[in-house]
Write a protein that binds this ligand. Structure first.
Ligand code: PLP
Length: 486
C-alpha cells in the first residue's frame, strides 16, 4: 500500500521562504498600524468572499498569506491602535507574534502528561502567586479569559459550600438554595456562571452601589440577613476590582471580612483591575485583594498579552481540584514515563485538551518585566485623570462619573438639549468617531444618561491622542447639532 503524502511541506526551502514572507507581512502590519484608521468596516466584497463553499481542494500558501495580510489584517477591531478606547481591550504587541509561532511549532497539549510546556505553565502559576501575595497552598490555571476563570471559581465555591455530592446529584437534591452576591456594576459573566452551574441567575443577588459605583456593604448585610431568614444558604460573595462601566473597585477589605463572618467564598472579578497590583501607585487601591479565595483576571487586557489569555488564581488549589478532578481509565496517570507529571491540568478546569497559552504569557513577562507593565498601568490611570481634567476645562463637556482607575465617562452637552436628544447626540458622536477611523471609544448608560466611555488599557496612548479625541468630540458635537441630525 502506498502512503498518501503527509501534510508537511514537500519543499522545506520553499516553505521557509513563504513563512519568512508571511512574518514580514505580519510585522509590516504592526509597524504601519498607527497610520491606519483606528477602525474601518469590512468592505462588502470581503464579507461576500467569506461565504464561500467548503474547499475540497487546497490552495497555495502565498495566495493565502496575501489574502490574510491584505484582506483580513486591516479590518480588525482596532485595539492595536493608540486611539482605541472601547470596552476593555488590551493593545497587544508585535513581539507577541513570536511565542505564538513557537507554540504552533510545538503543538503541545497541556491537558496533562510529562513535558516541558506544563512546567512553563507551572512557572506562570507560581509568578501569579507571587504577584498577588498568595500562600503556598494556592495555585491556578491559564484559561481563555475571565469568563471561564469565573466559571472555575464559582464551581469550586459551589462544591466547597454546597458539598461535593453536588457533582453527582446536581442541585435537585439540595436542601437549601445556594445564593450569592455581586454589585449591580458586576460583569454579566457572573450571572452567566450562575446560569451555567444550574444555580440560576436569580440566585445571584445584585447589591446596590454607592455614589462611586462601589458595592454598598450595608445593603449587602441586609440582603444576607434576609436570605438567612428565608432559609437560604449564602455561599459566595463576588467583589469587583475594576468594574466595566467606570472602573470602580469594591471595598474589598470590608467584603473579605463579611465573607469570613458568614462562611462564604470570596471571589474577586479583577479582569483588568486586578493586574494593577503591578503598579506601586495603584496597588494600595486593591487592599483586600490578597484575602480573596479566588481571583479571575486577564493577561489579554491591561497586560497586553495577545488574545486570548486569562487566569484563575485560587487560594487553596485543592478546592479547585476537588471540583473538577475526573480521571477515567484512559487518562490514568503513572509514576514514570509520559503519563507522569501528576496531577494533570485537566483536573483543574472544564477543558481536557489545552493549548500552550502559557508560552506567550511566559515570554511577555520575561521580555517586558512586570515593572515596565506596571508603569504603563500607572500611566493609563494618570491619562484617565488628565482626560477628566480636559473635560472639566471644556464648556461643552461634562464629566459623568469620578475616575476610579483608567476609565473616563463624560458627554458632550451644548446646554440646550433635553435627555433623549443628548443621548442621541452623544451616541452619534461615538459612531462618527468610529466610522471616520479617528478614535474608538464606546458608550454606556450611567444613571440613565448615555456616556461616552473612554477606557484606557493601551500602552500606545499618549496625551496628544487624548487631546485629539477631545478636540474631535467637540467638533463633531457642533457639526452634528448644526446638521440637525438630533
Ligand atoms: C472583560 C471582563 C470580563 C470578561 O472577561 P473575558 O476575558 O472577556 O472573558 C469580566 N469582568 C470584567 C470586569 C471584565 O472587564
Amino acid at each position: 500500500m502506498t502512503n498518501l503524502p503527509s501534510l508537511d511541506p514537500t519543499d522545506w526551502q520553499t516553505f521557509r521562504d513563504e513563512a519568512h514572507r508571511a512574518l514580514d507581512q505580519a510585522i509590516n502590519h504592526m509597524q504601519g498600524r498607527q497610520d491606519d484608521p483606528v477602525w474601518q468596516p469590512v468592505p462588502s466584497e470581503i464579507r461576500t468572499s467569506l461565504k464561500a463553499d467548503l474547499p475540497r481542494q487546497g490552495q497555495a500558501i502565498d495566495r493565502l498569506t496575501d489574502q490574510m495580510a491584505d484582506r483580513f489584517l486591516p479590518y480588525g477591531v482596532g485595539n492595536t491602535h493608540a486611539r482605541f478606547f472601547g470596552w476593555v481591550h488590551g493593545a497587544g504587541t508585535p513581539q507577541g507574534i513570536l511565542p505564538d509561532i513557537m507554540a504552533a511549532a510545538m503543538n503541545a497539549n497541556l491537558g496533562g502528561r510529562d513535558h516541558v510546556a506544563n512546567l512553563v505553565e507551572k512557572q506562570v502559576i507560581d509568578w501569579m502567586r507571587q504577584a498577588f501575595d498568595f500562600p503556598d497552598t494556592s495555585g491556578g490555571l491559564v484559561v481563555s479569559g475571565t469568563s471561564v476563570a469565573t466559571l472555575i471559581a464559582i464551581k469550586s465555591a459551589r462544591e466547597k459550600h454546597g458539598g461535593l455530592d453536588l457533582r453527582r446529584t446536581g442541585l435537585g437534591r439540595a436542601t437549601k438554595q445556594l445564593v450569592g452576591y455581586a454589585s449591580d456594576q458586576a460583569h454579566s459573566c457572573i450571572a452567566r456562571t450562575f446560569d451555567i452551574l444550574g444555580l440560576g441567575q436569580d440566585a445571584l443577588r445584585m447589591v446596590p452601589t454607592d455614589g462611586d459605583y462601589r458595592m454598598d456593604a450595608g445593603a449587602l448585610k441586609t440582603m444576607i440577613a434576609q436570605d438567612l431568614t428565608a432559609g437560604h444558604q449564602p455561599f459566595c460573595l463576588v467583589g469587583t476590582a475594576g468594574a466595566v462601566n467606570v472602573g470602580a473597585i469594591d471595598p474589598l477589605e470590608t467584603l473579605a471580612e463579611i465573607a469570613r463572618e458568614h462562611n462564604m467564598w470570596f471571589h474577586v472579578d479583577g479582569a483588568f483591575g486586578a493586574t494593577a497590583v503591578l503598579s506601586d501607585a495603584q496597588k494600595p487601591l486593591l487592599a483586600g485583594l490578597s484575602q480573596a479565595d479566588s481571583i479571575a483576571f486577564d493577561f489579554h487586557k491591561w497586560l497586553h498579552v495577545n488574545y486570548d489569555a486569562g487566569f484563575i488564581l485560587m487560594r487553596d488549589v485543592e478546592d479547585q481540584w476537588r471540583a473538577f478532578t475526573e480521571r477515567p481509565d484512559y487518562l490514568e496517570g503513572a509514576e514514570r514515563g509520559l503519563a507522569a507529571g501528576n496531577p494533570w491540568f485537566c483536573e483543574y478546569g472544564p477543558e481536557l485538551s489545552r493549548g500552550f497559552r502559557a508560552l506567550k504569557i511566559w515570554f511577555h513577562l520575561m521580555h517586558f518585566g512586570t515593572d515596565r507593565l506596571g508603569g504603563l498601568i500607572a500611566q493609563n490611570c494618570d491619562q484617565a485623570k488628565a482626560l477628566a481634567g480636559m473635560v472639566e476645562r471644556s464648556d461643552r463637556l461634562e464629566l459623568l462619573a469620578p475616575v476610579a482607575l483608567n476609565i473616563t465617562c463624560f458627554r458632550y452637552n451644548p446646554g440646550d438639549l433635553d435627555g433623549p436628544d443628548l443621548d442621541r447626540l452623544n451616541g452619534e458622536i461615538v459612531v462618527a468617531l468610529q466610522e471616520r477611523g479617528l478614535a474608538a471609544p464606546s458608550t454606556t448608560k450611567l444613571k440613565g444618561h448615555l456616556a461616552i466611555r473612554v477606557n484606557i488599557t493601551n500602552h500606545r496612548t499618549t496625551l496628544p491622542d487624548l487631546e485629539f479625541l477631545v478636540d474631535h468630540i467637540e467638533k463633531l458635537g457642533q457639526e452634528i447639532t448644526a446638521s440637525n441630525l438630533v
